[in-house]
Design a protein around this ligand. Structure first.
Ligand SMILES: NC(=O)c1ccc[n+]([C@@H]2O[C@H](COP(=O)([O-])OP(=O)(O)OC[C@H]3O[C@@H](n4cnc5c(N)ncnc54)[C@H](O)[C@@H]3O)[C@@H](O)[C@H]2O)c1
Length: 381
């Protein structure tokens, strides 16, 4: 059994407590918890509580630590846990910039420990199926992708109830690094990183926040594949529509359904170049695949992490994977902040410098709103 310590007992920390104490994590038990504030949760009444991370690392008896604190604390806490010889599973984002994420990846290697990141939306069945369709060649050569992911609506109180949300200091970005990081991760997981991109962000367009709440990005990949990614935390109802135009099939993912149009004679390009019909279109075979539910999500990632720590399986959500989504999210911000096209490999040190300047001019909130109502379960996409 892996002995897990949990740092951060806010909304997402509570979900990890539910999973760990509710028998959903096969090879792990929760042996200690830590938060800066007193937390009243009957599920951890008998579990040793620490208000100080150093003491928990020394005295808590955990082999592995789950970090579920605000995003700006992830890098330092993960570093501290790895230095203390613990395996670590960090909530997303693994750090605030890809340069720091790479440092964690290197440190974990040096310490011979696992550093994983909570990329829970990779377990979403519809995204898994899309990845399989792309990598198996079922869609054929991908010509164009567009993902309109605009149903991440957040009201102002979501930001005002915490010291850190919506601030350069607290999370080093907005919708890109907090909400849509899940979709950006799925995107990079399926297609990899582009060779160039240009993005336009609107900062505080819908909310009284410092960071971006609307983004439009255009990307170019090898072999003339192009892609657009649009996201917003200010629109409602918005949509989540993911379209992939391939040479063998055209696929639309929306509302838990995959609508697949396969080209009957194989290649759309062959039809385009060879048909004699001036207004002809290739014949298609239509099918719809329906996906029920969201898959294993956080519990599945934690099970994989626990198994990896115990040497039972490989770690599918390592720091290298956390680097992917951060690189893409950071490069979109960098493009917008510098009004420039970004070429890959991304210069993450240059971005880290710009981010440091933004953070130096930003402060965590001194006053937070206390009149919020926590309806956290609504927030999953
Ligand atoms: N994977 C997901 O689906 C998902 C969903 C929600 C949030 N998150 C991520 O989880 C993190 C936490 O989100 P939240 O909404 O629970 O935040 P929150 O601010 O509501 O709660 C964080 C908790 O951590 C505690 N804390 C802060 N600094 C600490 C420290 N140094 N030591 C010990 N405790 C500390 C706070 O007192 C608080 O109880 C964020 O990085 C967020 O991006 C992930």
């Amino acid at each position: 059994m892996l002995k897990i310590g949990l740092i951060g007992l806010g909304p997402i920390g509570s979900l990890h407590i539910d999973n760990l104490t509710g028998g959903k994590i096969k090879d792990a038990e929760l042996v200690c918890v830590c938060d800066m504030r007193k937390v009243d949760n009957p599920k951890i009444a008998d579990i040793p509580f620490f208000s100080d991370t150093d003491r928990m690392l020394k005295e808590g008896g955990a082999d592995a630590i789950v970090i579920a604190t605000p995003s700006f604390t992830h890098f330092d806490l993960a570093k501290k846990c790895l230095m203390a010889g613990k395996n670590v599973l960090v909530e997303k984002p693994i750090a605030l910039c890809s340069a720091d994420a790479k440092k964690l990846q290197e440190l974990a290697k040096k310490q011979n420990k696992i550093c994983a990141v909570m990329l829970n939306q990779r377990t979403t069945p519809i995204y898994r199926r899309i990845k399989e369709m792309v990598s198996s060649g079922e869609i054929g050569k991908v010509n164009r992708v567009s993902w309109n992911m605009t149903n991440w609506f957040r009201p102002q109180i979501y930001f005002d109830m915490s010291v850190w949300r919506g601030l350069w200091k607290g999370e080093a970005g907005g919708v890109l690094i907090n909400q849509a990081i899940h979709n950006i991760d799925a995107f990079a997981w399926i297609f990899g990183l582009p060779q160039s991109l240009r993005a336009w962000c609107k900062f505080g367009k819908y909310h009284n926040i410092e960071v971006e709440d609307e983004v439009s990005c255009y990307m170019e990949y090898p072999e003339e594949m192009t892609a657009t990614f649009i996201t917003s935390s200010g629109e409602h109802p918005g949509s989540n529509r993911f379209e992939i135009s391939g040479d063998k099939a055209y696929v639309i993912a929306e509302d838990g359904k995959l609508r697949i149009s396969k080209f009957k004679d194989g290649s759309a390009r062959d039809f385009t170049l060879n048909t004699k019909y001036a207004f002809g279109t290739p014949e298609t075979v239509e099918s719809v695949e329906e996906f029920d539910g969201k898959g294993g999500q956080h519990a599945e990632v934690m099970n994989n992490f626990a198994g990896a720590c115990l040497g039972k399986n490989k770690c599918d959500y390592g720091a290298d994977q956390g680097v992917l989504s951060l690189t893409l999210a950071n490069s979109m911000l960098y493009s917008s902040l510098t009004s420039a096209e970004i070429k890959f490999p991304f210069d993450d040190e240059a971005y880290a410098k710009i981010l440091a300047q933004k953070q130096a001019a930003s402060e965590l909130r001194k006053e937070v709103r206390k009149d919020f109502i926590l309806d956290f379960n609504k927030s999953f996409r």
